[in-house]
Design a protein. Sequence first.
Length: 450
Amino acid sequence: MQIIHADQALTPDGWVQDVQITIDAGRISGIGAQTDAPHHRLGLALAAPTNLHSHAFQRAMAGLTETRGPDPRDTFWTWRRLMYRFLDQLTPDQIEAIAALVFMEMQEAGYAAVCEFHYLHHAAGGQAYADLAELSLRVIAAAQETGIGLTLLPVLYEQGGCDGRPLQGGQLRFANTPDRFCDLHAKAGQALTLPDTRLGTAPHSLRAVSRAGLAQAVGLGGPTHMHLAEQTAEVDEVLAAYGARPAEWLMANHAVGADWCLIHCTQMTDAETRALAATGAVAGLCPITESNLGDGIFPATTFLAANGRVGFGSDSNIHITLFEELKTLEYSQRLRDRGRAVLASPAQSTGRVLYDHAARFGAQAAGRASGTLAVGKWADILGLACDTLHLDGRQGDALLDTLIFGGHGASHVTDLWSAGRHSVQNGRHMARDGIVARYRTTMAQLQQVI
């Protein structure tokens, strides 16, 4: 049992002061007035969110795609070609080392869990490993080493486009038929042994899966995640092949509901936006990556006005920072609409709205019993210092707003628990030294071949 004292905490009933949080068997077993001597003291306790969309291996690419190629208008598609060349070099040991670094950084940034959208399955050229789920097992091993909560989302990737053209080059490492994918999915699931881990499925996108493959993947159960309507070229391709835009077609042909998470959705009409909100599915937003790739701006004002649910992910992991993801979404709406406090509600500040969505609906997307500081939930708890130059004297929603918009949120993280595992203490992950050393070795190896 662990007992925490927090000067301030955000609970389902709102802000409370001088609160005791008790952890037992990985879950919150009590929350209320302080009655016992605490083992840990926090300035602020929040429900630690789940990072709902990550491609861990792309962290090692950060900064390598910021030069312009021969095309005068560099786009997502030129970035993707560079990504394929990069991933052809990666070995299983390197993939595990990169994933461990990423998962460690996520926890130090305030995320207690991650939905790993895992589509790198095979060796270069598409040759299957002796264990079909070899690279899934490496992701699981990295999660266990770092203590992060994991919802593993093996990705079905069948084809190079809606016309069914075969995969080529770097894409061959993703390739599976629906039947082989079901075998891989089952093998990966057998390795998820911790009680707070979950297995979902991820049909990559309407471009990359067939209609039959999509139906088979969805039938595997668990949380279903899928890229949807990220780029205008993607929308045009799906419209030409299916006779409908991606969001429109998916909602008309599948029972999209609360167990779905649709990633990006930056290219939707107003009607599609309102219809998606009505399903109860989570829109998985990755504002930093969407900005980096020039995807476009998610219609958050329309979506939230229709009671839509959003969560946040770090996607390409070019910059892993919880508070900056939230700020970037709000600022995108302000730039588009030329307004301020665009996503605030009459009852809650901008930061409170953003953080509540991140915590509650990141958990929903992960199929994880977390997202609030409440009895019975997994003890996913973020602790922050408040006795600092930038936060001193701030209370309640103003405290969240300062963390998110004041530019110093990450530096205030002191502690992180994931299902009761106290992995970050004094702002530092407990296994940092070994993880960083392996990552440095991996990057030195890759720099010789990239």
